[in-house]
Structure formats: structure tokens, C-alpha cells
Write a protein that binds this ligand. Structure first.
Ligand code: ZN
Length: 162
């Protein structure tokens, strides 16, 4: 298994205040970038998200973790080899690679299963930040799953709102 390689871990961490009619909200942003082999590979991105939260200096708020792309997903799970293989096996059973897919037929494409799996899991998670830290269970990690059928470069947008 290939370990995640962050090309860049965090943004500037500075807050951008957006004053509105009903008050104001401060947003601290960061980007995580990684090269993935695709094909259902699962990365633990918790350290990258935690780094953005730490840099933001936010004590209490929410962090939104969003993966850009229609063949990639973000969720939480216990990130250990058994859980990783079981989730990959479940998704293989749920949405097989080979199938009678309209997307592949209409677009001469090969990755309809990747689009379907990404849509089922979803592209983002929102996690509370309390006392400057992510509120996650001991055995709960934030993961990115790349379902595409070829290697990809992925960008995850991490926005801390307070
Ligand atoms: Zn496609």
C-alpha cells in the first residue's frame, strides 16, 4: 500500500473575515494535495486536516473537508488494513467495476463505477472543532477514497469556520 504523499499540507492559515448583515464569520483555509493510484485507494488525511485546524488557531468551530472531483469521496472510518480491505470489498460488491453502465456507453468511458461509488459516499465531511482540536473518536480517521480507474492528482479543500 502506498502511503499518502502530501505535496503541500497547509495554506496560509490566515483568517478571512466575511462581514454580513447578520454578523460575521471567519474562515481559515488550507489545501491538501496528493497523487493517488486510483482504483479505490484509501488515504488517511486526518494529519493534513488536523494541521490546517492547528494553523488556523480556531478554538471552536467547524471544519469542512471537501474533495474536488466526481470520482473521489471523503468519509470517516477506522483506518486499519482490515477495515480498508472490507470497505473496498463492500464497494466492489455494491457497485461492480464491470456492469451495464449508461455513462460508459454514452461517453465511451470506463469509470461509471467510480462516479457511482463517489456519489454514494459523498465528497465531504464536516467535523466539529472544540478546544482547538478535531472532535473524532479514538478509532475514527478522515479518509479520502479515489475511485477513478487511473492515477490522479487530487486536491482537498479544508475550510475552518468559526
Ligand atoms: Zn466518467
Amino acid at each position: 500500500m502506498q502511503s499518502p504523499a502530501y505535496r503541500s499540507a497547509v495554506g496560509d492559515g490566515r483568517g478571512h473575515n466575511t462581514a454580513g448583515a447578520r454578523g460575521s464569520m471567519t474562515v481559515h483555509g488550507g489545501l491538501l494535495r496528493m497523487d493517488t493510484p486510483g482504483n479505490g485507494h484509501i488515504f488517511d488525511i486526518t494529519p493534513g486536516v488536523a494541521s490546517v485546524v492547528r494553523t488556523s488557531g480556531v478554538e471552536r468551530g467547524l471544519v469542512c473537508v471537501f474533495a474536488r472531483g466526481s470520482t473521489v469521496a471523503v468519509t470517516t472510518m477506522e483506518f486499519e488494513p482490515g477495515g480498508v480491505r472490507d470497505l473496498q470489498a463492500l464497494l466492489d460488491r455494491l457497485v461492480p467495476v464491470q456492469g451495464d453502465y449508461e455513462h460508459n456507453r454514452l461517453n465511451h468511458d470506463t469509470n461509471s463505477h467510480a462516479h457511482m461509488r463517489a456519489a454514494v459516499i459523498g465528497p465531504s465531511e464536516t467535523i466539529p472543532v472544540v478546544d482547538g482540536a478535531l472532535v473524532l473518536g479514538t478509532w475514527q480517521q478522515i479518509v479520502l477514497i479515489d475511485f477513478d480507474d487511473r492515477p490522479r492528482s487530487r486536491t482537498v479543500t479544508v475550510e475552518v469556520v468559526s
